[in-house]
Design a protein around this ligand. Structure first.
Ligand code: IDP
Ligand code: MG
Length: 140
């Protein structure tokens, strides 16, 4: 089972990507694909389309286009729910001790990492960043 994580621009800019990757691997995730990309505004709006109309949407897409981010296709048993547990609550002040957001996030908006919230969205989000051929080339 696979899920999509994105190490967000705040964590790339503050040099935490390596620590977050190590955290994910220690949590049992295998990397199937990784990229370092700077999203355009239309790409960020499309990726977060489900949040269009929410009060934080403009802030979210501005943040996600502010610098490079690192999408990762990750696999392990129960990948989607397990990754949600490992990253912690959206707002780091509410995140459990030892979670990635508790350790590395700055705020509810600048919160270090994205994780898919369902198997259906994981499939959509992985396809968004990793065209079928790239994943197939990695044998996943
Ligand atoms: P999630 O990332 O924990 O799944 P969502 O509710 O899906 O949280 O929101 C997507 C992203 O939008 C969050 O990770 C965060 O970056 C941003 N966001 C959500 N709520 C707020 C808010 O109230 N203020 C600012 N940014 C927010
Ligand atoms: Mg979400």
């Amino acid at each position: 089972m696979q899920t999509l994580a994105i190490i967000k621009p705040d964590a790339i800019a503050s040099g935490k990507a390596g620590l977050i990757l190590a955290h994910l691997q220690e949590a049992g995730f295998t990397m199937n694909a990784a990229r370092l990309v700077r999203l355009t505004l239309p790409q960020a709006e499309a990726f977060y389309g489900v949040h269009k109309g929410r009060p934080f949407f403009a802030e979210l897409v501005a943040f996600m286009t502010s610098g490079p981010c690192m999408p990762l296709a990750l696999s392990r048993k129960d990948a989607v729910p397990h990754l949600r547990t490992v990253i912690g609550a959206t707002d780091p002040s509410e995140a459990a001790a030892g979670t990635i957001r508790k350790l590395y996030a700055e705020s509810k908006g600048r919160n270090a990492i994205h994780a898919s919230d369902s198997d259906e969205n994981a499939a959509r989000e992985i396809a968004f960043f990793f065209p079928e051929g790239e994943l197939a080339a990695l044998g996943s």
